[in-house]
Design a protein. Structure first.
Length: 250
């Protein structure tokens, strides 16, 4: 199901540019990429007293994951839109002893964590900044809504326990693009919010270069951090790592 959802998202990213660019006053950028996230931090369920470390207890390490994104610049006073799909999956076989979901596990274990992340951002560019800087600098600001579908599980033979979380997190969005020369640019994005005892934020830096025509390539580094207590799953961890992308910009 996770792979089907991501394939559908990629198909949407591929097909929308052709349809949207046929409309007047629209700008669009779509990309697919590969991310190498490394997990760090801990989590526990509501039935546990001890937090479990992602590296030492679950034995998670760097994985290779795919991602996709789409930005649409809208005409007039309609807010611009940003869509992003970034599913993660970590699984390992480990020899360990701990409690998870109120159950004791010891010996050869299978550990797994899935985190499907989907973003919808609505934003505006700061008026007249691009024109004042001769098209070299642009700053976007708005709101981002991050949907998280997460599940953690531990199994030992026929004995298994799992806990899941589904949550929509509203975040403040800020994006900066600096283009010193025509075919080369630096970009940064920040999303974040602290509400009551829950905190989530994401930081991203990207270097982008035009290859030929509308095709570009880019690379950078991404950091996602979560401290959330929701639906029986209590998480305090982050994922970070480099990424590479290729896409089209019209």
């Amino acid at each position: 199901m996770r792979d089907i959802k991501f394939i559908i998202c990629l198909l949407v990213l591929i097909t929308i540019p052709v349809q949207v660019t046929a409309l007047p006053m629209f700008g669009i950028e779509g990309a697919v990429g590969v991310w190498w996230p490394t997990p760090d931090g801990n989590m526990r369920t509501g039935a546990d007293t001890d937090r479990l470390d992602l590296k030492n207890d679950f034995s998670f390490s760097r994985e290779t994951e795919f991602s996709g994104r789409l930005k649409i610049d809208m005409p007039l006073m309609i807010p611009n839109a940003y869509f992003m799909a970034n599913p993660l999956k970590f699984n390992e076989r480990t020899t360990n002893s701990f409690e998870f979901g109120g159950e004791s596990f010891s010996g050869e274990l299978n550990t797994e964590m899935k985190i499907n992340q989907y973003d919808l951002g609505l934003y505006y560019a700061i008026p007249f900044l691009r024109a004042a800087t001769l098209d070299k600098l642009n700053v976007d600001a708005g709101l981002n809504f991050r949907f998280i579908d997460a599940e953690a599980s531990v199994s030992q033979g026929s004995h298994s326990e799992s806990e899941s979380m589904n949550i929509v997190i509203p975040q403040v969005y800020l994006g900066v693009q600096f283009q010193p020369v025509e075919r080369f640019s630096f970009e940064a994005e920040a999303r974040g919010l602290t509400y009551r005892n829950d905190t989530s934020y994401s930081l991203l830096g990207r270097v982008k270069a035009s290859a030929f025509g509308p095709v570009f390539v880019s690379g950078g580094y991404r950091y996602d951090d979560y401290d959330i207590d929701k639906d029986g799953l209590i998480i305090n961890f982050n994922f970070s790592g480099p990424f590479l992308e290729t896409g089209l910009s019209f």
